[in-house]
Design a protein around this ligand. Structure first.
Ligand code: AMP
Ligand code: MG
Length: 339
């Protein structure tokens, strides 16, 4: 299959491909998604094929307007509407009870569905033109870092999908925050583009799913099925070094091997500490939004540089830091050094 590269003026072409059961790479403010008509079971199945995605990992249903929620969800709590008013359109996914109108293929058979109204103008225009909700996970091959540019998405999906719509590079850079609104107390399933502190400001109490900060044990099931898989990972193994930025930078410098081709992902302040190794910058140590924006590309760039091992500095968990820490920990398979 030849993958067409579409430009922003081709939104109606993208919508036509989606309506006829095809797969389109779609820019969102978080990462590029791999979209299909969310009401077409066959089209949704082909997403799993293109990505090599495990069958039990549900997709998110994207809608252009919060009012569409009622078409696909039941028993929507008042708090969910409050979140929609505050954060939609935007990088927040709410898990709600599903309406039978949503195919099993989207929800992997769960009785809930993840719903999001994205902020990216092109993305909303495509969904509106298609006139159907768009089911989409991130547009990477399963297990790899999510794509934050057309080039990154082409690397994984060229020849496997019908088209990719070029919407520039993604502003947020990590996936949406996922919050389960079906429990008595709302529960954060995945940190992302809306920080936990902002959710708590609207909802009061929010619980953290244990899968966010530690690996799952044998037989333990995270509520977001996707959290149990190795994910966001480049080919080379990653070692995350936690502690104050100055201490972690020094630790990496001490442990970098001269004989082994090591790469470093670090904050800008330390980028010239490792002149004989491939280095990718995460932005300033205190700029967690910039860290999020750059993280996935940095991981991919390390593979392009051909390194055999990656050392990465990690921010603290405040604000967007929590999402960055979560993605880095998972990319490293929780291979973490505290210094
Ligand atoms: P991706 O954005 O590629 O990570 O894929 C969507 C994510 O949403 C995966 O981590 C899924 O496990 C999660 N997800 C989608 N629907 C649900 C749901 N109904 N309940 C819990 N998690 C969900
Ligand atoms: Mg994904």
């Amino acid at each position: 299959m030849k993958t067409q590269l579409l430009t922003p003026k081709d939104t109606s072409r993208a919508a036509r491909i989606l309506r006829s059961g095809g797969l389109v790479g779609i820019p969102t403010e978080t990462v590029y998604g791999l979209g299909a008509n969310g009401l077409d079971p066959l089209a949704v199945r082909s997403i799993f094929q293109a990505k090599g995605r495990p069958q039990d990992n549900p997709l998110i249903l994207h809608i252009p307007d919060p009012s569409w929620l009622e078409l696909y969800c039941r028993d929507i709590p008042e708090a969910a509407w409050r979140l929609a008013r505050r954060f939609w359109p935007g990088p927040l996914t709410m898990v709600l009870r599903r309406d039978p109108a949503v195919p099993d293929e989207v929800t992997a058979g769960l009785n809930t569905v993840g719903m999001r109204c994205p902020a990216h103008e092109l993305c909303r225009a495509v969904i509106e033109a298609a006139g159907v909700p768009i089911a989409a996970p991130s547009g990477n091959t399963s297990g790899k870092p999510s794509p934050t540019s057309v080039a990154d998405m082409l690397e994984d999906m060229n020849g496997k999908i019908d088209a990719i719509l070029d919407g520039g590079s993604c502003q947020v850079g990590v996936e949406s925050t996922i919050i389960d609104m079906t429990a008595a107390t709302p529960r954060l399933l995945r940190p992302g583009g809306v920080p936990l502190e902002e959710l708590r400001a609207v909802l009061g109490e929010v619980e953290l799913d244990p899968a966010i900060l530690r690996p799952m044990e044998e037989g333990e099931k995270p509520l977001a099925p996707g959290m149990k898989y190795r994910h966001y990972a480049p080919k080379a193994p990653v070692i995350v070094v936690k502690g104050s930025p100055a201490r972690s930078a020094a630790y990496i410098l001490e442990h970098l091997s001269p004989t082994y081709w090591d790469g470093v992902i670090c904050f800008d302040e330390f980028a010239d500490w490792y002149p004989s190794h491939p280095v990718e910058r995460l932005g300033g140590a205190l700029d967690h939004w910039e860290n999020a924006r750059r993280l996935f590309h940095a991981l991919r760039a390390m593979d392009e540089a051909g390194v055999k091992r990656i050392w990465a500095q990690s921010p603290d968990t405040a604000g967007m830091g929590l999402a960055v820490v979560n993605r880095l920990d998972k990319a490293a398979g929780f291979h973490i050094v505290e210094v």
